[in-house]
Write a protein that binds this ligand. Structure first.
Ligand SMILES: Nc1nc2c(ncn2[C@@H]2O[C@H](COP(=O)(O)OP(=O)(O)OP(=O)(O)O)[C@@H](O)[C@H]2O)c(=O)[nH]1
Ligand SMILES: [Mg+2]
Length: 363
């Protein structure tokens, strides 16, 4: 699972990436600092995993992860090859979700490609580029489909109709994710991997200083825009977070406690990204480790077992399942077994978010 970080140049994308990954990718006060894409794997913070781990005290606690991809900034005209962003749109197309970094910090010495600070305008520029890139994809497909449609084949005709519907919508300047679709059109849409269909989060990159009236007003505007555009919002002070990420984990916790904060903006961002992907997390508590795993919604028990080990899928017999909350309430795995709250589930069972599973299999 992968989240692509997009935005105008010099808005703090790499700064956010570094904060996320603890990497030291190059950051600079001039635009187009990033040329080669940066890819990093990030652990997903999950209180449930921590609680399970506190209860079971395993040798290892292994969180689930997501990948983040940081690419060159987009500018007006990127979809037609301006700047560097265009060649990376293909990379972003492979991502499962998009995080758009929106510059909300004011700094005279850090140039803004558009001059004045204006988060709303920036969002519009970036979304326009994504939209134009999508439109180009749909037009190419439509050309091909029309050729096939002339044969009179019903399926091919439906395809042309579906593509035309999507094209018209995009031409009106509307994001693909705002278009309601029936089941067939939905399938067609998935095939296209449109950028403006991907679940999106706006990352408002704010100054590390207290927010003044004007900054708060800008944030409100971003929230309104997000509501209209079917996006989520998180507020992050990327530069500050990247400094915080340099601290040891204990020091960091201490610092957050002193500031009266539950968790860092960065943790909120990672969680929000994970949520955006609409995944299911299940846990295993076997041997020396307590571990979180990620599957798509609707995954059945044998395929979930296959995530852990391919033998488990092949030789799947049944799953013993207890919800995370019930297990914690029982106090221990042994007690939960005594109480008989582990359920036996077969191969058609759809694994639920928060399930703690034990897979029985034969090799
Ligand atoms: N004050 C402040 N500066 C920031 C913040 N985020 C980023 N910066 C600065 O803004 C400049 C650009 O940051 P980068 O992370 O390189 O921006 P980018 O979006 O990756 O830029 P490109 O790779 O050129 O597209 C650097 O000088 C950062 O230190 C922030 O939250 N506050
Ligand atoms: Mg960069």
């Amino acid at each position: 699972m992968q989240v692509g970080i997009v935005g105008l140049p010099n808005v703090g994308k790499t700064t956010l990436f570094n904060a996320l990954t603890g990497a030291e990718a190059e950051v600079a006060s001039y635009p187009f600092c990033t040329i080669e894409p940066n890819i990093g794997v990030v652990e997903v913070p999950d209180e449930r995993l921590l609680r399970l781990s506190e209860m079971i005290r395993p040798q290892r606690t292994v969180p689930t992860t997501i990948k983040f991809l940081d690419v060159a900034g987009l500018v007006r005209g990127s979809s037609h090859g301006e700047g560097l962003g265009n060649q990376f749109l293909a990379k972003i197309r492979e991502a499962d979700a998009i995080a758009q970094v929106v510059r909300c910090f004011e700094r005279e010495d850090i140039s803004h490609v558009e001059g004045e600070l204006s988060p709303l305008r920036d969002i519009e520029i970036v979304e326009t580029e994504l939209l134009l890139a999508d439109l180009a994809v749909v037009e190419r497909r439509l050309d091909k489909a029309r050729g096939a449609g002339r044969s009179g084949d019903e399926k091919a005709k439906k395809r042309v109709q579906g593509l035309e519907k999507i094209k018209e919508h995009l031409q009106r300047g509307k994001l693909a994710r705002l278009l309601p679709l029936d089941e067939d059109e939905q399938k067609l849409m998935e095939e296209l991997s449109l950028l403006t269909r991907k679940p999106t989060i706006y990352v408002a990159n704010v100054s590390e200083d207290a927010l003044d009236e004007k900054s708060q007003e800008r944030l409100r505007e971003i929230f309104d825009k997000a509501r209209d555009n079917g996006a989520e919002v998180v507020i992050v002070a990327a530069k500050f977070e990247s400094e915080l990420a340099q601290l040891e984990s204990e020091e960091r916790k201490e610092f957050l406690r002193e500031e009266g904060l539950e968790e860092s903006g960065l943790d909120q961002f990672i969680k929000a990204s994970y949520k955006l992907l609409d995944l299911v997390t299940f846990f295993t508590t076997v041997g020396p480790e307590v571990r979180a795993w990620t599957i798509n919604k609707g995954t059945r028990a044998p395929q979930a077992a296959g995530k852990v080990h391919s033998d488990m899928e092949r030789g799947f017999i049944r799953a013993e399942v207890v919800s995370y909350g019930d297990l914690l309430a029982a106090g221990s795995v042994t007690r939960a077994r005594e109480l008989g709250i582990y359920r036996l589930e077969g191969k058609d069972y759809v694994v639920q978010d928060g399930d703690v599973t034990y897979f029985r299999f034969a090799v």
